[in-house]
Design a protein around this ligand. Sequence first.
Ligand code: GNR
Ligand code: NI
Length: 170
Amino acid sequence: MARLQILRYPDPRLYTVARPVAQVDERIRGLVDDMLETMYEAEGVGLAATQVDVHERVIVIDTADARGSPIVLINPELIEKSDEMMLGDEGCLSVPEIYDKVPRHAHVRVRAQERSGEVREFDAEGLLSVAVQHEMDHLLGKVFVDYLSPLKRSRIKTRMLKKTRDEARA
Ligand code: GNR
Ligand code: NI
């Protein structure tokens, strides 16, 4: 396994639309394992392949308090979305130290392939529902700050560019 580098906003590669995985093979399983290691190392609750500059429809999520039972979503689809919305504070490993509220469907039903390639469906609510929607946005080239006002987004962009510059100098 290997730890991968996470792209930081406003890196233009975060705006790439991922393509479907044609076959869940050893290459994809290797990517999944590297993404899991990267997510746990960064202490995130989820990670989309887009964030590690791989533009294929692969997501890992672990929202459990007791870590270590991850959800792997390959070629995910939302087959049901509640009309009821929820507003939760979101963060993103690609936009470190920024948190803001984003509207999401309160309940979703997800269909995806797992690490074995088998298709499964499940219902999600709460943080899991938010995480699934956040990660699926990444696969479409969308970052949570894109839901915020242009003024907030512009301030965040400036802060991230400064942070990246300061870290490069340090
Ligand atoms: O670690 C993460 N926490 C989080 C908190 C609230 C809503 C969404 C998330 S996802 C984020 C990890 C990440 O950036 N995934 O793309
Ligand atoms: Ni994110």
